[in-house]
Design a protein around this ligand. Sequence first.
Ligand code: BGC
Length: 717
Amino acid sequence: MLHRCITVVLTLFVCAVSASAQNLDSLLSRMTLEEKLGQLNLLSAAGENGRPSTDQVALARAGKLGGLFNVVGAENTAAVQRVAVTESRLKIPLLFGLDVIHGYRTIFPIPLGEASAFDPDAAQATARAAGVEAAAAGINWTYAPMVDIAHDPRWGRIAEGSGEDPYLGSLLGAARVRGFQETIFATAKHFAGYGAAEAGREYNETEISERTMREIYLPPFKAAVDAGVASIMSAFNSISGNPASGNAWLTDTVLHKEWRYPGFVVSDWTSVAELIAHGVAGGASEAGRRALTAGVDMDMQSGIYVDSLAALVRANRIPMAVVDSAVKRILRAKMRLGLFKDPYRARTAPPIAETRTLARRVAGESIVLLKNDRATLPLDKNTASIAVIGPLADNKAEPLGPWHTMGQPDDVVTVLQGIKSKVPASAQVTYVQGSGIEDSSTAGFAAAVNAAKQAKVAVLVLGERGDMSGEAASRSDIGLPGVQQQLLEAVAATGTPVVLVLMNGRPLTFEWAVEHVPAIVETWFLGVEAGNATADVLFGDVNPSGRLPVTFPRSLGQVPLYYNHRNTGRPYDANNKFTSKYIDSPNTPRYPFGYGLSYTTFAYRDLKVANPRVKATDTVTVTVTVANTGTREGTEVVQLYVRDEVASVAPRVRQLKAFQRVSLKPGESRPVTLRVAARDLWFYGLNMKRVVEPGTFRVYVGSNSAEGQEAVFEVIR
Ligand code: BGC
């Protein structure tokens, strides 16, 4: 019976697929060349108040538009959709895109912050919630997740991704794709290598070997493809001279031929036209030809495909088959989304209050406790007097971060508000701004110092403006901006214990604080619930469990600095000058990848590899006992790293291969089991083929990438 049912279901599925394939072919056969190129055209709404312009509506009517983005509100999307599906000759519906990055109206932590939670379920939940809110506003396609791996904190867009690790980045990217795609289409971006911009300077060229591309930058895209991502956005940067938006190796060979990616590729904003500035095309039609034949199916904002390519197709300089396969990919996506049956997709979102509960929980998980000497934290709610100081302490705009879509400052709970809501009315909470974020005035210092002198503890909330990270926001100095460092020093000089709360979109350098301030909390940009989540941690209602998804350097001079580097032929040796090091700085980071403290302590013991000799098709099972050795319940992120001891290509010193969030009561200990499939121990060999080489592997299990218990296992033939 079961067998029959499966057969029926499969038959229905096959019938449905071939029915839509037939529909697709018949639709394609009725399209003029101009209508085909129209499907490849994507424009940002250029009218008033989030509406498309009259010209854009006319394009929709003429069948010269495949989609619009930045249209605001369900009424506006419905109005132009009505034109497309009732007034255009073939009645093909439009896609409506938007950068829903970390929330639509309810803003969650920036992706880099959320990555600190090491919690794919949380990432999926916030993406789902963002998708639901966006869908209610007529959006059916987001330009997220950004899955670019980044090693350089100067690059502002490090804020939009999951940090430096391809394994963590793959899990979170795939989770976000699944979350968004419960309601709207997702886009994995920017394909590929954008995060390797030289010197961290936005849009800069990249020099990436094929091996590094395949081992570090591509895996999160592959994970997104495996999770069923509907679209992929090609990047702005060139890779060893070949711009990503006209790079047939990336978008055709790897994506379509190797990975059999069935979705479509959309360019980044005018990245097709930018092939001219890159110097690989002499004019618009050459740029369009290169991009389209490379596999970039949809042209965002250049207008080149629709305006300049018909003549080239007619002159046989672009095969019609290339146009047809791009059009088919886009039409297939529209079918998959159900747009032909339900072009308006009217949806309602749950009340914002419900989504905020999720926002507060995930924001709490995203906070990383970096330092906590003498148990400065958590604060006692009955502390008689607290000075809350700093340009970000009562700021409602910046916690929304660099790309906050429809997020409203009025929705944001500030750190000052969060603190006030925790303490009894009798407590004296004094707020002084002290300085601006970037300006040079020290006029507010005296009041700040005065407030600190009168208080039992001073909470300083310092960091960056939201728009100091994100797109076009590279920094050549990653210290605290403006006079905030001096403000911190002046307040610390009072002798009142200082808690430094950081709000920022990238790793910062703050060596003075590390030496002089007893407690440091990294909060990133946490979104609408920033103040509540921060106060939850400051007062111990939430025990911090976030771990850094990116290395924090001691100084910018160490950058690029990441944990999964190779060993060199002369690894660091303190007693040997002629080894790989600086004469003026340690090699080690300020805080390593995976690092984060808790209000309790954890101990590891009894690391065991259950099967220390495995075949390449087997899975290695590792167990370790983790104990909560402190006095509070807490969550540890148990991390497993692997090192290939000898390989034909110099192996990386460590690579994250598994992790697990484990909650333990005080005194509780528990065996934790982590598994690594031996096939995941691959790298690209000398012949540039993916290989798992037999031999000994060292496994490390612990609290971060710089420590851990060790054991070995062997992969045998
Ligand atoms: C960004 C993309 C974004 C696009 C559309 C570009 O400038 O690089 O990440 O999706 O604009 O807004």
